[in-house]
Ligand binder design. Sequence first.
Ligand code: EPZ
Length: 418
Amino acid sequence: MSHYIIRGGNRLVGALGIHGAKNAALPVLAAAAICGDSVIHNCPRLTDIGVAMKILRHLGCGARREGDTIVTTRGTGGDCRIPDGLMGAMRSSIVFLGGMVARHGCAELALPGGCELGARPIDLHLAALSRMGARITETGGRLVCSAPEGLRGARIDLSFPSVGATENTIIAAATARGETILTGAAREPEILDLIDFLQGCGAKILLELDGTIRINGVEQLHGTEHRVIPDRIAAGTYLCAAAITGGELLVKRVVPGHLASSLAVLSQAGCQVTAGSDWVRLAAPQRLSAFGTVKTMPYPGFPTDMQSVMMAAATVADGTTVFVENIFESRYRHVPELKKLGARIITEGRAAVVTGAERLTGAGLACTDLRGGAAVVLGALAAEGESTVTGLEHIDRGYDDLEGNLARLGADIIRIKE
Ligand code: EPZ
């Protein structure tokens, strides 16, 4: 276990290269289970990525890290059961389901269950796979899928653009017999990155203007060399850190278009935002202005993963900002922690009303989940005096060397390893 000691009040100033996207690397690694030997660059050093590599090995693949690159081999054999320990370590292990059924004709894993963000059902994943011929039973908290004759193409209409269900369907359909027509799919950049990887491996995937995805299954997929897209949420988090401390930050190796909705909100808050082909520069005002109403939406709308860190910025802005969390049923667990700093926030169902405070004051804080933890760190950076932050295992799931990057930008933050 470890915790941060943060002394707030320093402006963040400087430049930072952004690591590869956790939420792109995970589905790409899941897809590697049905592809030939591959080389995947720009994989961030995160605990979730480590878990994904362990799952791949368990499925009979090879997976080894060489710096920021992960080399995977198709391998032979392997097991179609994800051990409960690995499933428990990362609920998004469910993204391996489609690949497991496609590779082994079976899959068995503990139901991911809820998490800090709410119930996290997987009904859309299961409905898609059963339409493709998988037989699915849920007994005693375990999910058992089988498709001994393999999967077949089907028409699948998602009632909600679930990122994970879209990913599982695409992976399962890549080597299914026949055509899969997927409508209502998520269109996050991470989905396009997965499609790019699979097309590199020979998958036949077409994107239509209305968002429909057509996948014609192929017998076998070969390997490829792929570079994971930059992490738009990590980039947005650091930009919010600069905004909340009145700083100036240049983030490099990003895709500005992936950040558009977050940059629009930061501009509304009074930041000067400029962007080039692969960089974004932000100069924050002395004090942010409140930024109206922020509603989380599927891409290209404002991302739910940016809600908590943007809320941290709102806690010191001049005026009142309203958040509406439309994606997850309970994604305000960071609110009580921000209130310990003196933030003025009222939540009611999916809405949160934030009245900006003149100042925040350091306190003892805990990370409640990955992005909520980032929000708590940002609040501590802006607070006067000293804060401690525990529960860093949440942070380590999604941010590569957060404290090192913040310190290099001028933050007074140290990690104490107990
Ligand atoms: C992915 O989660 C991301 N995780 C999340 O990032 C992100 O917040 C989310 O997409 C939304 O963008 C990864 O990519 C590993 P969903 P996922 O399926 O796939 C409901 C982070 O911080 N739903 O789009 O689980 C669900 O309950 C994480 O990096 C169903 O009802 O998200 C939720 O309310 C957090 N039935 C909504 O859809 C289903 O079968 C969005 O879920 C599936 C989902």
